[in-house]
Design a protein around this ligand. Structure first.
Ligand SMILES: C[S@@+](CC[C@H](N)C(=O)[O-])C[C@H]1O[C@@H](n2cnc3c(N)ncnc32)[C@H](O)[C@@H]1O
Length: 304
């Protein structure tokens, strides 16, 4: 990614601002709201409010970007338990993104009398490291396929993982089976991983990593997100996948992205999956969708 890219704030429906990435041809957040997305796709599904009762919380923020997910988590935790010690590891390719969020003053209203979230975000964006009374944060710059290895080596076990890359067609590198296997090694046995994506390929990669998955409620658009935990997580019950989501996982859309050496380009990973889909015995997703729509039309007509 070019560090030269200029990021211009774009308003979203909840009044918060995001950027557009020319390189990935995608907004960093959805139109309905950057802040709302952080809260409803990441903070709520990982049960940060419940976890805030503990004395220490460990968070792995994959694709730190502007820093919304980290900021929303800090705000939520300390509004419940100001003494909670938070340890954050964040992964990001482009140091210009968090810097641009600060220089464009996107978080200036996040200051409160008690907690200076803005000061924390400034220090993370400038020094990539911060240690204070109740927080330790490390921003690891580089391709997350490499930096995740440092996280594993350090033995970091996250209570919450925020998985927030650009969409699979734009950034397949961070949705592969191989990357997800590394990510799952950083999740504590009682931790929760959340992502905004409900793509069947992403869900297959999570399942293949030994995780159990559930849907998170849709916010601002029709599609749900995904939450993942270890099956052995004590007392953890996930919202069930619907019949349609389960059937979707039996179609070609569920064929995952693969990157066995964790170094292929997006184009190579996309092409590899296209080939695998072409030769697959699984039902084409468009056939299934037509079948599904016909059956549901028939069912609703027969109920009238
Ligand atoms: C959808 S945005 C994340 C938004 C962010 N979570 C926030 O709250 O502002 C995706 C981010 O992934 C970063 N990225 C893209 N490819 C990456 C890679 N291979 N490794 C690490 N980060 C990457 C981009 O620079 C971008 O900041």
């Amino acid at each position: 990614m070019s560090n030269q890219e200029i990021f211009i704030p774009q308003p979203t429906a909840d009044g918060s601002f995001t950027f557009f990435s020319e390189e990935f041809d995608e907004l960093f957040h959805s139109h309905y709201g950057a802040y709302q997305e952080s809260i409803h796709k990441f903070v709520v599904p990982t049960q940060i409010e419940v976890q805030a009762q503990k004395s220490v919380i460990r968070i792995l923020d994959i694709c730190y970007g502007l820093g919304y997910n980290t900021a929303a988590a800090l705000q939520t935790i300390w509004s419940i338990n100001p003494d909670c010690y938070i340890e954050i590891i964040a992964l990001e390719l482009n140091s210009a993104v968090p810097k641009a969020a600060i220089s464009n003053q996107l978080f200036n209203h996040w200051n409160s009398a008690k907690i200076d979230i803005l000061d924390i975000l400034i220090r993370i964006s400038e020094h990539h490291y911060l240690e204070a009374k109740n927080i330790k944060a490390n921003l690891l710059l580089g391709d997350a396929r490499n930096t995740i290895q440092q996280v594993i080596t350090s033995g970091f076990q996250a209570d919450a993982i925020f998985l927030d890359p650009f969409s699979p067609p734009q950034c397949p590198q961070l949705w592969t089976i191989e990357f997800m296997q590394l990510v799952s090694q950083c999740l504590s046995l009682t931790g929760r991983l959340a992502t905004y994506s409900c793509a069947a390929s992403v869900r297959t990669a999570l399942l293949t990593s030994g995780l159990e998955i559930g849907s998170t409620p849709p916010v601002g658009r029709k599609a749900p997100g995904t939450i993942a935990i270890y099956p052995q997580a004590e007392g953890a019950i996930l919202p069930r996948l619907s019949t349609s989501e389960l059937e979707h996982l039996q179609t070609r859309a569920a064929i995952p992205y693969r990157d066995s050496q964790l170094c292929d380009s997006a184009a190579v990973i996309l092409e590899r999956r296209k080939q695998e889909q072409q030769y697959s015995n699984l039902e084409p997703t468009s056939h299934w969708r037509k079948r599904w729509d016909r059956a549901h039309k028939y069912n609703s007509l027969s109920k009238e």
